[in-house]
Design a protein around this ligand. Structure first.
Ligand SMILES: N[C@@H](CCC(=O)N[C@@H](CS)C(=O)NCC(=O)O)C(=O)O
Length: 221
């Protein structure tokens, strides 16, 4: 398999796709392309990028099978290696985990837009906008429910590290980058995510990158 991703410092959807590949346990080649560099427009018109119309992540499995979009990559890999590697076995837990992953994938637009991922940065704490605060509140509720109902067997949302944690991992890094207000109960969960060996690998990779995208280096106004 070959996974095409954007900058480890900035590309939150790439992080999700990459974590999914790591979680699958399958070998894969990683191709990191610098987002929005001088060759970006030309590169994204190439055959390898065509299926996603130029967005990353894109996972090629051989020459004929291609899957793009982070959540589809999770599901493709879950089909390939077994659902339990990604999703809880219990029906009620899995229903909630899938709903949370889907809600993350389609929602929290204000948080994502106003606090874009920057793994290498920490900005001074600043009170978030009201629309972002409402989304933070919702995330806290979801995390609290998942942990209280299904988290008992481990440090993650549903106990073991899985798809829901993969989808929320770039939210955890944003909470750190922008020093956003989080509930006390969430701190051990965030630590568990940040210290997960896959995340440590990704963060180290982001630190080594030399590419800088100025627009993501600005503290929120
Ligand atoms: N819904 C997609 C979003 C993919 C996406 O927007 N990726 C960004 C990078 S984080 C991208 O490729 N942006 C480049 C562009 O749109 O030109 C997913 O879940 O993978």
């Amino acid at each position: 398999m070959k996974l095409i991703i954007g900058n480890k410092a900035y590309s939150s959807w790439s992080l999700r796709g990459w974590l999914a590949c790591k979680q699958s346990g399958l070998p894969f080649e990683e191709v990191v392309v610098p987002l929005y560099d001088a060759d970006w427009d030309k590169r994204r018109e190439g055959d390898e990028f065509a299926p996603s119309s130029g967005k990353v992540p894109i996972l090629w499995d051989g020459d004929d099978v291609v899957v793009w979009d982070s959540l589809a990559i999770v599901e493709y890999l879950a089909d390939k290696v077994g659902r339990d590697t990604f999703w809880p076995a219990d029906d009620a837990a899995r229903a909630m985990a899938r709903s949370m992953a889907a809600e993350m994938h389609s929602g929290f637009a204000n948080l994502r837009r106003k606090h874009s991922m920057n793994i290498r940065q920490t900005f001074p704490a600043k009170s978030p906008d009201e629309d972002v605060r409402a989304e933070l509140q919702r995330i806290m509720e979801l995390w609290a429910q998942a942990r209280a109902r299904f988290g008992g067997g481990g440090d993650f949302l549903f106990g073991e590290f899985g798809a829901a944690d993969i989808m929320f991992a770039p939210v955890v890094t944003r909470f750190v980058t922008y020093q956003l207000p989080v509930a006390r109960f969430a701190l051990p969960y965030m630590d568990a995510v940040l210290n997960h060996r896959f995340m440590q690998d990704w963060i180290a990779g982001a630190q080594e990158e030399e590419w800088v995208i100025e627009q993501y280096e600005q503290a929120p106004a």
